[in-house]
Design a protein around this ligand. Structure first.
Ligand SMILES: Nc1ncnc2c1ncn2[C@@H]1O[C@H](COP(=O)(O)OP(=O)(O)OP(=O)(O)O)[C@@H](O)[C@H]1O
Length: 328
């Protein structure tokens, strides 16, 4: 038996002339939580849609739990659970009925089905809500139910596409706890996509940062952040170009600028900050704010691409998607 849950070789998907996923390769060990992290449109959903056999690759190969995605679709489908961005619960049915329907599809015998449903509903904190219609559930409850349903047939690999998209921070925290619990208690390999840096950082054993269909970095969150070297000083300045030039002359190659924000990577940044303030004052460069923090995955992305990837609360795009979803 292979120790790999997922093995991806040069997987590519084009839409017309557009290359959405560009010859990516990676391997995920059994029991890992692996994150595909990247901005909207990076190719994350396309990648996991191919692995879940919902979309044919243009070229390349992959196996999931030892099953080839091209030649053994049934094997793949039996091995996986999926929770994609678009909700697929039947709102008119109760939570139990949604679970039961799924269990019948997978031909899980009645006794076992009932036991697993009860266990999973407890796991995601919905044990008391089993007989309520799904249309009375909040967004977070629906997502938890979908995750429970994705686990009912005991998949070896669970795909989660933006599992906490648009959820409030408290619900997001709860979901993170469930995902970790499923991974440790059920030993399930989890591959998730996210554009929330904090989510990738908190949950994932390893992360592939994906941009324009390519993997630009892949490692543990700790190693990715450590590779940045040092702490980050962030300066907001009305004279950002001058600030950039002044600091770059003193600390060459350590400075980046994005709009009015200048970031400097330095070891022992807190000891250097006075020097930076003095330097900028001497050159009459304005400072609106200055702060120091240890690197985040956001800094890794910025460092590698020169662009920011927003991660805070639901962005405008997220909210649009949530509205779109609600209308359907
Ligand atoms: N069926 C399709 N036809 C044409 N273009 C597509 C199709 N599906 C995806 N794309 C394009 O491929 C690119 C990658 O999309 P994908 O959904 O994989 O990105 P993503 O990283 O998951 O981002 P998001 O979180 O926004 O879905 C995007 O530019 C998207 O517009």
């Amino acid at each position: 038996m292979t120790a790999l849950a997922i093995d991806v070789r040069e997987l590519t998907r084009t839409f017309g002339d557009f290359v959405a996923v560009d010859a990516i390769s990676f391997a995920i060990r059994k029991g890992e939580i692996f994150g595909l992290l990247g901005p909207n449109g990076a190719g994350k959903t396309t990648t996991i849609s191919m692995l879940a056999t919902m979309l044919r690759p243009t070229s390349g190969r992959a196996t999931v739990d030892g099953h080839d995605i091209l030649t053994d679709e049934d094997g793949v489908r039996r091995s996986i659970g999926i929770v994609f961005q678009d909700q697929t619960l039947d709102e008119e049915l109760t939570a139990y009925e949604n679970m039961d329907f799924h269990g019948r599809l997978y031909r899980i015998p009645k006794d076992l089905r009932e036991r697993r449903i009860a266990e999973l509903m407890d796991l995601v904190g919905l044990g008391e809500k089993m007989d309520q219609q799904v249309k009375t559930f909040s967004g977070g409850m629906k997502r938890r139910l979908e995750i429970a349903r994705g686990l009912l047939h005991r998949p070896a690999v669970l795909f989660l596409d933006e599992p906490t998209l648009g959820l409030d921070p408290q619900t997001r925290n709860h979901l993170w706890a469930y995902i970790e619990q499923m991974n440790t208690e059920e030993g399930i390999t989890i591959i998730l996509t996210t554009h929330y840096m904090e989510e990738a950082d908190r949950l994932c054993d390893r992360v592939a940062i994906i941009d324009h269909g390519r993997i630009i970095a892949m490692d543990t969150p700790e190693n990715l952040k450590a590779a940045i070297g040092g702490d980050i000083i962030t300066i907001d300045s009305p004279d950002a170009e001058e600030a950039y030039a002044g600091i770059d002359a003193a600390w060459p190659g350590q400075v980046e600028r994005q709009g009015s924000t200048v970031t400097v990577r330095l070891h022992h940044a807190e000891e250097e900050i006075t020097g930076i303030v003095n330097l900028l004052s001497a050159q009459s460069v304005g400072i609106r704010s200055i702060s120091v923090h240890t690197p985040t995955l956001e800094d890794v992305f910025l460092h590698m691409t020169g662009r920011a990837m927003r991660d805070e609360h639901a962005s405008g795009t997220d909210q649009m998607r949530m509205r779109h979803r609600a209308r359907r």
